[in-house]
Design a protein. Sequence first.
Lengths: 112, 107
Amino acid sequence: GEEVAQTPKHLVRGEGQKAKLYCAPIKGHSYVFWYQQVLKNEFKFLISFQNENVFDETGMPKERFSAKCLPNSPCSLEIQATKLEDSAVYFCASSRARVPGVFGPGTRLTVL
Amino acid sequence: RKEVEQDPGPFNVPEGATVAFNCTYSNSASQSFFWYRQDCRKEPKLLMSVYSSGNEDGRFTAQLNRASQYISLLIRDSKLSDSATYLCVVNDYKLSFGAGTTVTVRA
């Protein structure tokens, strides 16, 4: 399709629980980006992929965050042992090249 | 220093007014520049790219000043529907976003 799909739309987790977010890029787009937007703050880059390979992971908090983009599967972003400060909207974007692409509607994660 | 800085606003303007705002960036090697629009915490949507010579898209004009490392967006004849947060985005291979400039157009 011509839209980036993100699931779930909302996710609520208790502190310490795991959270897993999914992103289905637009077919034919080889680049996928994950961003975190905390309320009232700017977008924080997390990680990007070129196909299934990590392109840039300089924004990832390595100790609890991990991400994958496997062939024929939605990309995923997983947070182990969530913390209160992980509460945010997580946006995924895809594109044909290393230029701004189309953003998905986001997943709102609330950690209680 | 943040990679991309914007005046947060808000800019409150009447319909029909012109509003303009800037964005500065710190990485002189940045490749390309964009303005995105975000409504009510929804996903950002590309408004326009910013070219070195400046460019227009209808009522919107974008400018780039590489020497001073800033880009600008000007909205002419503003409409109620222009009310949004405008995000400055700098492509240094990971897309660095500004915090956004909020524009509210009132009737």
